[in-house]
Design a protein around this ligand. Structure first.
Ligand code: ATP
Ligand code: MG
Length: 456
């Protein structure tokens, strides 16, 4: 048996009825091991603390009120929660009270979906025939095999208790590629008011998990179809059905879903995929020839991205990175661009702290989402990225700080104290070295500076 788990089983004793529960069982049946373990026990949290400590297992009282103790053993984390029943839900978010010391079956009955409402006694974990020992009163295994997300009990009731469950249904659909059972799906639009009460921090966590799923486009389609989208991302609705031009096969929203799908499953890229064209409906124009344009949509998307992510209390680091991806998604340094123009672009990425690699990954996803797949774009994309990488590898000066003459040297040269002229001169020199990085040496730069000083 897993030695860490073995120690915990021994420490807590046979009357603990220790069982692996919830997502841990689900993931094990799916063959996705790893991550922290969720365990449930008949013992009260104080007893878990006492017995673990007596046996020399590190125990942290993480949530005594809710019955949770965290045990650390062999560098791993085990969350041990007392079998628990939830009291009445009055605010649509959390139960007013929890009752500890109920049965395992009652504990499973409070869980959200059948696939999350199974338990496996700890003693059975290491047996080769462990699935035979599953405690599965709600048919979770059957639903898991059928790829179904189904509420435990009456979905209208369950979604009425806790609005987060509506969003979790869509998240699991995206994460596991499952379908939501029709009755469960039909309950979501009828419980939007409760879903609207969920704390934004929790919403953000779930939305990010949804976006990072294996089939995020289905989770997003479910958000749009049920009306959940309008609770937290209402500004995105106008993208649905917004028609584009000959460069695109899809309307904006369908393109967005495709870009989300094509982007690597990382938070910054997936959020950028969702938000990058949010400004298109507002920027849409049709010219005299009947051609559709979205001039300036990037700037609108940038503003919307900041508003939306700040509202969802995303971290500053994520907001910064996603905003930078959105801001630069419409720039395509083509073969006709000069090296100097490419360097100017590298300078912009640098100023936004956006690594070239991130920009490039996002760009390929965006191109792939136009409806013709990645292949027609790949060769040109790779050539473009290779060129930018080669230019970046020459480490050209991309900031005033990298100029071969600093502010002090320029003041000495001009025999003038600092002032607005200095910034203007530095801009001029920056432009000059972007044109030709070879100029970035004290001699040539000094000559350029002297010429500029004489002229102005
Ligand atoms: P993840 O893989 O993201 O951890 P999870 O299903 O394990 O998914 P957790 O938040 O870790 O999600 O919750 C652990 C278990 O607690 C769930 O599997 C489920 O049984 C139960 N649970 C979590 N959130 C709720 C909820 N809002 N309502 C009812 N049961 C819940
Ligand atoms: Mg979990």
């Amino acid at each position: 048996m897993d030695p860490a788990l073995q120690r915990i089983v021994q420490a807590l004793g046979p009357d603990a009825q220790l069982a692996v529960v919830g997502g841990t069982v689900r993931d094990r049946l799916l063959g996705r091991e790893g991550g922290d373990w969720d365990l449930a026990t008949a013992l009260l949290p104080e007893a878990v603390m006492d017995r673990a400590q007596a046996a020399g297992v590190r125990a942290i009282p993480t949530g005594l009120k809710h019955g949770t103790v965290t045990l650390m053993e062999a560098g791993r984390t085990f969350e041990v929660t007392t079998f628990r029943g939830d009291g009445a839900y009055l605010d649509g978010r959390r139960p007013e009270s929890v009752t500890l010391g109920v049965t395992l079956e009652q504990d499973l009955a409070r869980r959200d979906f059948t696939i999350n409402a199974m338990a496996l006694p700890a003693e059975a974990v290491e047996r080769t025939d462990w699935p035979a020992f599953l405690v599965d009163p709600h048919g979770g295994r059957r639903d898991l095999e059928a790829g179904l997300i189904r509420a435990v009990g009456d979905p209208l009731l369950r979604f009425g208790e806790d609005g987060l469950r509506c969003l979790r249904a869509c998240r699991f659909q995206a994460q596991l590629g499952f379908r939501i059972d029709p009755a469960t799906l039909a309950a979501i639009p009828r419980r939007l008011e409760v879903a609207g009460k969920v704390a934004v921090e929790r919403v953000f966590v779930e939305l990010t998990k949804l976006l990072r799923g294996t089939e995020p486009e289905r989770g997003l389609a479910a958000l749009a179809g049920t009306g959940l989208l309008d609770l937290w991302l209402a500004e995105l609705r106008p993208m649905i059905g917004c028609l584009q031009n000959r460069h695109h096969r899809y309307p904006v929203w369908d393109h967005v879903l495709e870009v989300v799908r094509c982007a690597p499953a990382e938070a910054d890229l997936r959020w950028a995929a969702l938000l990058h064209d949010a400004g298109k409906p507002a920027a849409r124009t049709v010219d005299a020839k009947g051609e559709t344009h979205f001039y300036g949509h990037e700037a609108i998307s940038v503003a919307m991205t900041q508003t939306i992510l700040a509202r969802l209390r995303a971290s500053h680091a994520l907001i910064r990175q996603v905003t930078a991806l959105v801001r630069h998604h419409g720039t395509h340094p083509g073969p006709d661009w000069s090296d100097a123009a490419c360097r100017r672009f590298l300078k912009q990425l640098r100023e936004d702290d956006l690594p070239l690699e991130r920009w490039a990954r996002f760009r390929l996803a965006d191109q792939s989402g136009k409806g013709f797949g990645a292949e027609p774009h790949r060769a040109a994309h790779e050539a473009l990225v290779a060129r930018l990488e080669a230019l970046a590898a020459q480490r050209p000066p991309l900031a005033i700080q990298a100029l071969a003459l600093d502010g002090r040297a320029l003041m000495d040269l001009a025999r003038r104290p600092g002032g607005p002229w200095l910034g203007q001169l530095q801009q001029f020199l920056m432009e000059a070295v972007l044109e030709d990085p070879a100029r970035n040496q004290p001699g040539p730069l000094g000559e350029l500076a002297s010429g500029w000083l004489k002229r102005t």
